[in-house]
Design a protein around this ligand. Structure first.
Ligand code: PLP
Length: 379
């Protein structure tokens, strides 16, 4: 087996930065030079670039992805006690904001092959109190938005897409029309956390919508509920994207499609290396969405995951578990009515998934080393 000299990382932010260092450093210096730290010109410029890239009417930048979800739900006037349906297999932020606003998170299971929210389960979970569905495009591939939108329309529900992991993914409808992830539902919410596919150098997030009234409302809520300075029409929050982050994102947005292509090359390498392996299930690709591979997540079958991770650690190969504990088994969310066994697919996934290094700077030699290391243990 070959050895690699460079330290292998889950995400190589430094390597990615070095390739655009000159532009990024100049952009940061310019913001500092102009001391335009809050709402400087780069924020509006990035917003306009994003609107164009996503082909959506409005992008409203904010401080992080969790805030984006919260502001979206505040703008939809959801009231305490209203039910919001989301997936049991996701990052905690999705359910957290539902609870914070006094709304009731109603969890449903996911599909075993795509990790996305189970649409039959959504339909079963709908009650007269249901107001919204929050599909999560987990790991970088869109949930089946056409079917989700049909369910939402039938029951008059809002759809908030959690697109934190799938920025830039393309969804194709059955009539051939295409739309970017996050621009299909009522509102899309994303994160620019450094390790996300479009990551800044700190925290950042945004909401997207084609509804101009909602856009105005989200903008107002993110600025202390203020329409005109010192006039506060609704309860708001303080959630802004820093100008320095916007300046960095403006540059990185120009590379986003390249980054997605690099991630897809990594995924294709892993797919081939692990194809038809009896103990390793590679992630399924669906026909109606491109995959931007925020994560490359294997499902292990008959492999001791802890031992495999330890083995990989000795080889210098990091591997992560997204996510180890299902939401319904978390202390903070353990509503009385949920118990072990309620979401069998989620529980099985939490016990069997393993994500491998996935980023834009992986070369073939490193990929071979990673794949060979996994295969050596899973003989
Ligand atoms: C990262 C993430 C968020 C939250 O984003 P932050 O910017 O960290 O607040 C929300 N949902 C999902 C699915 C995520 O992966």
């Amino acid at each position: 087996m070959t050895t690699v000299t460079k330290k292998i990382q889950m995400v190589d932010l430094k390597g990615q930065y070095l390739k655009i260092k000159k532009e990024v450093d100049a952009a940061i210096a310019e913001v500092i030079d102009n001391t335009a730290f809050i709402n400087g010109p780069a924020v509006k410029e990035f917003q306009a670039d994003m609107e164009k890239y996503l082909n959506v009417k409005h992008v409203i930048p904010c401080a992080n992805g969790t805030d984006a979800l919260q502001i979206a739900m505040m703008a939809l006037d959801l009231k305490p006690g209203d039910e919001v349906i989301t997936a049991s297999f996701t990052y905690v932020a999705t359910a957290e904001v539902i609870g914070l606003l006094g709304l009731k998170p109603v969890l449903v299971d996911v599909y075993p092959d795509t990790f996305d929210i189970n649409i039959e389960a959504i339909e079963k979970a709908i009650t007269p109190k249901t107001k919204a569905i929050v599909p999560v495009h987990l790991f970088g591939q869109c949930a089946d938005m056409e079917r989700i939108m049909a369910v939402a329309k039938k029951h008059n529900l809002f759809v908030i897409e959690d697109v934190a992991q799938a920025i830039g993914a393309d969804y194709t409808f059955s009539d051939g029309n295409k739309a970017k992830a996050g621009t299909i539902g009522t509102i899309g919410c994303t994160s620019f956390f450094p390790s996300k596919n479009l990551g800044c150098y700190g925290d950042g997030g945004a909401m997207y919508t084609n509804d101009s009234d909602l856009a105005a409302k989200m903008k107002m809520i993110s600025h202390h509920g203020q329409s005109v300075q010192y006039v506060h029409d609704v309860l708001g929050v303080n959630s802004r994207l820093d100008t320095i982050q916007a300046a960095i994102l403006k540059i990185k947005l120009q590379h986003l499609d390249e980054y997605a292509a690099a991630r897809n090359k990594v995924a294709a390498y892993y797919d081939k290396a692990f194809a038809n392996h009896p103990k390793l299930k590679t992630p399924k690709r669906v026909k109606n969405s491109t995959h931007v591979f925020h994560q490359y997540t294997l499902q292990l079958n008959g492999v001791d995951r802890t031992a495999l991770r330890e083995f990989l650690t000795t080889k210098g190969v990091p591997a992560m578990i997204y996510y180890p504990i299902p939401l319904h088994m978390q202390k903070a969310y353990k509503d009385d009515k949920y118990k072990a066994g309620d979401f069998p697919v989620t529980e099985k996934l939490c016990a069997s998934v393993l994500s491998l290094p996935m980023h834009t700077e992986l070369d073939e030699e490193t990929l071979k080393y990673i794949a060979d290391s996994v295969l050596e243990f899973c003989k």
